[in-house]
Design a protein around this ligand. Structure first.
Ligand SMILES: C=C(O[C@@H]1C=C(C(=O)O)C=C[C@H]1O)C(=O)O
Length: 127
């Protein structure tokens, strides 16, 4: 499964992006959503409701993929914890958790750290 972003322009608005190079005369072009109707040069979708509906379908797909990945992470994490406990160790490994919190914080800031704490709670229970 791939979570790679469809949009390589760095645009995070969810709005279609058109460039003068692709559309020099400003005529309507297909939107980034593909099925959300034409967009215009300004980047304002001609049919915002169609765009919103189409992009929500994609958000639902992304959420389903994320939930699947979280469930897989829980399974893998449990395997590690059980192996460690089975060989006389502890469930929690604080140094490893600090690395994970740093990774998420570096990528996404404070909310990223909070998200990582939630992930860790899901994976190993309350510390
Ligand atoms: C999975 C592990 O065990 C625990 C769970 C972790 C996790 O879900 O990422 C991280 C550290 C440990 O507290 C591990 O040590 O890697």
């Amino acid at each position: 499964m791939s979570l790679s972003a469809e949009n390589t322009t760095g645009n995070t608005t969810g709005n279609p992006v058109t460039s003068p190079a692709q559309d020099p005369v400003g005529k309507p072009v297909r939107s980034a959503a593909g099925d959300a109707g034409p967009a215009v040069e300004s980047g304002v979708p001609a049919d915002p409701q169609a765009l919103i509906a189409a992009r929500r379908v994609r958000i639902d797909e992304i959420d389903a993929a994320l939930i699947g990945l979280v469930r897989e992470r829980m399974t893998v994490s449990r395997e590690i914890q059980e192996a460690r406990i089975g060989s006389g160790g502890r469930r929690v490994h604080l140094a490893r958790e600090m690395d994970i919190l740093r990774t998420w914080g570096d990528a996404l800031g404070k909310p990223g750290t909070a998200l990582a704490m939630t992930l860790l709670e899901l994976c190993r229970g309350q510390a």
